[in-house]
Ligand binder design. Sequence first.
Ligand code: DAH
Length: 337
Amino acid sequence: MLEKIKNILSQANEELEKVSDLAGLDNIRVSYLGKKGHLTLILRTLGSLSPEERPVVGDSINKAKAELEEKISLKKETLEKTTSKSSTKLLDLTLPGRTPFKGAYHPITQILNEICDIFTSLGFTVSQGPEIELDFYNFEALNIPAEHPARDMQDTFYVSDNVVLRTHTSPIQIRTMQKRKPPLKIIAPGKVYRCDSDITHTPMFHQIEGLHVDKDLSFSHLKGLLIQFLQKFFSADTKVRFRPSFFPFTEPSAEVDIGCMMCGGSGCRVCKGTGWIEVLGAGMVHPQVFRNVGYDPAEFTGYAFGLGIERFTMLRYGINDIRLYYENDIRFLEQFK
Ligand code: DAH
């Protein structure tokens, strides 16, 4: 009997030597120490032994069990260590990493920020106003009375009789002047809405408004500022020209053109053969606008300007269809990282 126990133990040791994973180790444990394991079964035969043999064999089985349990648990520890080691071996640190996906600002936001940066570097601060606007701010206070033909310049989305989606950022001029005393020097970026949609128009687009009010400001200040801005944004040799125009809230009013950067002024599809591209509306603040906000036009003068971000972005990147901005096609957007 004692011989048998010794054999079982040495067989178990042999198997323990060879086993290389935790599942195999558990099989060994079950086959020796489990309910029907070799050592357990022998223990059950104790009853058939003589009273003298019983304690000797019983003692030897218990010792064998204890020894085996000890060895199994030691083996378990080493296996646990080596298997976690071998799984780190699978981690090949020399493999090139996965490129993390990088987001980016929308091209419109990029250009908007860039334009704001230029003006803030010139002493302007940023103002904001609501996109759902009262008729008073969008039209009336800007010297565009009801039934005035100038209302036809913009196709307005009406929310109700006297509430509109703002058609331009100019109402922010009025809101800012109502709140603050001159002098003031602000730009106001934001979304504007017009009922219009084709390759150069979307129902929502972005503008930046500028307003500078102080004593003794003249048209030459406006000219100097806009030339400086346009040459900073496009390039130092950009040609700029001012054409007389009409806006109800400025007098005199001008539209500002830059020399076409696509053809260098010789005439192409982009500038429709003229060599010039219109980029801005501007003018000296109309005295009636000052009166509407309680400023004295005899004491203060000012200039204002407005520009479309979509247009500036199209010119910067040579984009020929405004609708591309708002289709959210990742292949388009990815090019502006
Ligand atoms: N609000 C005008 C528009 O949306 C743009 C504009 C023109 C703004 C002249 C101005 C300005 O401030 O002085 O077409």
